[in-house]
Design a protein around this ligand. Structure first.
Ligand code: BYC
Length: 326
């Protein structure tokens, strides 16, 4: 709708609207769905928010795999709650995205056809129970670092969704770290399992923040629009600085021989990330890409009757209401 309006406006009118928009961004005011916005701002938000929503929904799969095998009732209840939270995050984000003039069906279609991306991290398998600990600790830990700045992003519905998401993510991170602590205080076999999980999840977690700033297509523009408040490299560094001491407490070794505290910068230096692996996964050739996408497509197909039943029920309710009022 907004797009059509823009097309029939004069150049001067558009220039005025652009100025108002830029001034709002400069004053750190939120852009709301009914405000005028440049088409590129709208599109880039649809891209990022929808990819974020897809990541939440696909992110339920690797952990969902362990719900039936959680080692105790307490662990099962916590994991179940965490996975349900992720469904909720997906729903807030899809709703925020829909305010930009795209339907839920279109968004799903983009995921299923491979047009829209989701986070690379969810294309790795969860082989042992320790992976559930490592995901909570590292993946949710990375997510918090990425998402806290997004609470302050310029698009109102995205920023507001992020506030609630971040609160829930802190619980997720703690449940993961607690699993790791229990394993590390357990038998040698349990500690080995925790180390093995760290070895496999460390590098993919660093990749979650996206390519280096130099290689990043969208960072410069997204920083100008205050969609992104920190760059990929800044967030990655913050994650490493925060996580290394946590690994020390666990008595685990981060699988990077070049990891070393740098007194001059006050940050950890770290080894080379295997970017060819990252791009392979992003392009659909990771260990679980096919499995994840098939699971989502099947869920969509199998849920068709539920959507149809809900629509039929809504229609009936509507007819009943119009009869009563008519
Ligand atoms: N995986 O220009 P760049 C969660 C793509 S859910 C796949 O730097 P941008 C959780 C990127 O899309 C975690 N693709 O992009 C859930 C772009 O390609 P397109 C999800 C990636 O957007 C369940 C190209 O590479 N979090 O926490 O400026 C359980 C160039 O990149 C990745 C979010 O989605 C990747 N890792 O920056 C547990 C947070 N990285 O689109 C936990 C919101 C980059 O041009 N998103 N690409 O085809 C963001 O903050 C930003 O979108 C990113 C990337 C930092 C991820």
């Amino acid at each position: 709708m907004m797009y059509k309006k823009t097309q029939i406006m004069s150049t001067n009118e558009i220039k005025n609207l652009e100025e108002i928009f830029e001034a709002k961004i400069a004053r750190d005011e939120k852009i709301e769905p009914k405000d005028w916005m440049p088409e590129k701002y709208r599109k880039t938000h649809i891209r990022q928010i929808s990819q974020h929503a897809h990541s939440e929904i696909v992110g339920m799969l690797p952990e969902g795999n362990w719900i039936t095998r959680a080692p105790s009732l307490r662990r099962k209840v916590a994991l179940l709650a965490k996975v349900q939270d992720e469904a909720g995050h997906g729903l807030y984000l899809y709703s925020a995205c829909e305010t930009l003039g795209i339907s839920r069906e279109e968004l799903y279609e983009q995921l299923h056809s491979g047009k829209a991306k989701y986070s690379s991290i969810f294309n790795y398998p969860t082989l042992t129970w320790a992976d559930i600990g490592a995901i909570g600790w590292l993946v949710d830990g990375a997510a918090i670092i990425n998402q806290v700045p997004l609470c302050n992003t310029s698009f109102g519905p995205y920023a507001r969704a992020m506030v609630r998401v971040c609160k829930e993510e802190s619980f997720h991170q703690r449940q993961g770290y607690e699993i790791m602590m229990t394993l590390c205080n357990g038998t040698q076999e349990q500690k080995d399992m925790a180390q093995d999980a760290l070895n496999r999840w460390w590098w993919p977690s660093l990749m979650m923040f996206g390519p280096t700033d130099e290689e990043s297509t969208h960072t410069a523009q997204s920083m100008k629009w205050k969609l992104k408040r920190k760059t990929n490299d800044e967030l990655r560094q913050q994650f490493i600085d925060q996580t290394v001491p946590q690994a020390d407490i666990l008595g685990l070794k981060i699988p990077d021989d070049n990891l070393k505290y740098n007194n001059d910068t006050g940050h950890y230096d770290f080894g080379e990330i295997d970017w060819s692996e990252f791009w392979q996964v992003v392009k659909g050739h990771g260990k679980c890409n096919k499995e994840r996408l098939n699971a989502r497509k099947n869920a969509w197909e199998n849920g068709k009757w539920v959507r149809e039943a809900a629509m039929a029920y809504a229609d009936k309710q509507h007819q009943r209401k119009t009869k009563q009022t008519g």
